[in-house]
Every structure is written in structure tokens, then in C-alpha cells.
Design a protein around this ligand. Structure first.
Ligand code: ZN
Length: 148
């Protein structure tokens, strides 16, 4: 990864952690799930409004480190208007990117703006911070209850 790209990704993460998008309680949510990452103390509540299998609206609240907030913010921004299956497919791609890194099976450009999180794979302790919102999303969509 070039230094310029790395700087750009870092700027995106800082921007989303300082001004998280969709950071609110969602009235009329059809699914809600709680997520907690005990390694770091990150916690979040995810609200999803599903209509005919499409994520009509999505929002979150919670407290956590910059990575967890930026990840939830980027995720909600990316998923609005997406079909449930598309959201889960994106989760799988992001998960591979975060665990294998940019030279793994999934290239950063395959996940759009979420590529900004690709530097996290170099810090295994932070991968759970970045995937917390996604695991919570999967639980919300599959309605299996709490995360982990
Ligand atoms: Zn964290």
C-alpha cells in the first residue's frame, strides 16, 4: 500500500470516528442488536429498518474506540439501500480483507469506502474493533440474539 493511500485511509477513519454517520436511535427499526467487544470495551446498539429484504435505514449508538466507531459509521453509510444478502456478502468480503490484509483474497477496491479499514489487519488486536459492527449486523439480520 502506498504512503499516500495509507494517509487517505487514515483520514477517512479519523473523520468517521469524530463525526460518525447515522449515529442515532432509529425510530421504526424492525431489528435491533447489541454488540460488545470485551477486548477493547467497545459497545454498540445497531438499529435496522428492513422492508422486503432491503435495508431501508440503518443507524447505531454506542461508545468505543475510534476504529469501532469509524467501522460502524462506514458500514451504515455503505449499507443503506442494500439488500440483506448484499450486506452479508459485503460483510464476508470486509472480514477477509481485515484478517488477510490487502494482499489477500479480497482487494481493498472490492469493498468501496470500507477499504479505509484495510490497514487494521496489521494490528490483530484491533480487528475485533473493526468487525464488531459487522458481527452485530449479522446478528440483527439473522435475529439470533446477542453477539460473539
Ligand atoms: Zn476498540
Amino acid at each position: 500500500m502506498s504512503a499516500a493511500l495509507r494517509d487517505l485511509y487514515q483520514e477517512v477513519v479519523i473523520d468517521h470516528s469524530k463525526q460518525p454517520r447515522n449515529f442515532r436511535k432509529l425510530e421504526g427499526a424492525t431489528r435491533t442488536a447489541e454488540g460488545f467487544n470485551p477486548l477493547c470495551g467497545d459497545q454498540l446498539t445497531l438499529y435496522v429498518k428492513l422492508a422486503d429484504g432491503v435495508i431501508e435505514d440503518i443507524a447505531f449508538q454506542g461508545a468505543g474506540c475510534a476504529i469501532s466507531k469509524a467501522s460502524a459509521s462506514l458500514m451504515t453509510a455503505a449499507l443503506k439501500g442494500k439488500k440483506q444478502e448484499e450486506a452479508l456478502a459485503l460483510f464476508r468480503r470486509v472480514h477477509i480483507l481485515l484478517t488477510e490484509g490487502p494482499s489477500g483474497a479480497v482487494k481493498p477496491e472490492e469493498v468501496g469506502k470500507l477499504a479505509a479499514l484495510s490497514g487494521v489487519w496489521e494490528f490483530p488486536m484491533r480487528v475485533k474493533c473493526a468487525t464488531l459492527a459487522w458481527h452485530t449486523l449479522r446478528n440483527a439480520l439473522e435475529a439470533t440474539g446477542s453477539t460473539q
